[in-house]
Design a protein around this ligand. Structure first.
Ligand code: SF4
Length: 240
């Protein structure tokens, strides 16, 4: 289940080049105006009996079609944090390419983090890993994961895996997608094994290189082929 309190976004780093939502071939391409959606207060909306419309014990993927930490949303984010606090029975999963903006508009009672918030820091290459992950680890966040998505080169995460619960890797999708080399994926898996961190190979991307050959993979098969390779180590964890 997704909650998109606002819509619109724009490129911040290399992984955004062919963004699924706002890239050159996306339906929402050019939608750089950031605006609230009519679902802004959805997590706290109630029915006529005063019960929440969204029942508890759920994982709510938050801002997966925009970025929770966009500067244009700094004021709205204060209200979003307040709703997140109110719905302590829901786990809010936030994925961002703007982790350096995490401290902006953080609630005064945040302390060492809300229990019901998992934050995923996206890193698509080594230089972004080296910039974003030290910041990510320095912030008070109770549940952290890393998303190498889309993975664009070999990445060494070893120095940053302490305090990380989980790593997800996926290749880039789309007609202009850059290659995803299976060797990079296996290498990150090995780093996770050594650090005792769960690992999910979520999707191959469109151009998947394995055993020296690049295969073009239909978008509907990228997840199932990754699954068939059977390299994920989830230990019963359910992220989405
Ligand atoms: S931050 Fe995410 S949603 Fe925004 S342009 Fe980049 S990939 Fe797209």
């Amino acid at each position: 289940m997704n909650w998109e309190p606002w819509t619109g976004c724009y490129q911040i780093s290399d992984g955004c080049t062919y963004c699924y939502f706002y890239g050159p071939h996306a339906k929402r391409c050019g939608q750089n105006t950031i605006q609230k959606t009519d679902k802004f207060d959805w997590p706290v909306r109630t029915n006529t009996k005063g019960e929440y419309n969204i029942k508890g014990n759920k994982i709510l993927a938050t801002c997966f079609a925009t970025d929770f930490f966009l500067p244009e949303a700094d004021e709205w984010r204060k209200d979003a944090w307040s709703m997140i606090k109110q719905r302590s029975d829901i786990n809010f999963l936030i994925l961002t390419k703007r982790i350096d903006r995490f401290p902006v508009s953080l609630p005064s009672d945040w302390g060492d983090g809300y229990d019901n918030v998992s934050i995923g820091c996206t890193v698509e290459n080594q230089s972004l890993a080296d910039y974003r992950l030290p910041l990510f680890l320095s912030y008070p966040i109770k549940r952290r994961f890393i998303a190498c998505s889309p993975i664009l080169e070999s990445i060494n995460l070893s120095a940053y895996l302490h305090g990380i619960e989980h790593v997800t890797v996926s290749g880039e999708s789309g007609r202009d997608a850059r290659e995803c080399d299976y060797g990079w994926v296996l290498d990150i898996r090995e780093q996770c094994v050594k650090a005792n961190v769960t690992f999910w190979f979520k999707g191959t991307g469109t151009f998947f290189k394995r055993d020296g050959t690049v295969e073009k993979i239909n978008p509907f098969k990228q997840g199932s082929i990754a699954r068939e390779l059977d390299i994920s180590i989830l230990n019963g964890k359910k992220l989405f």
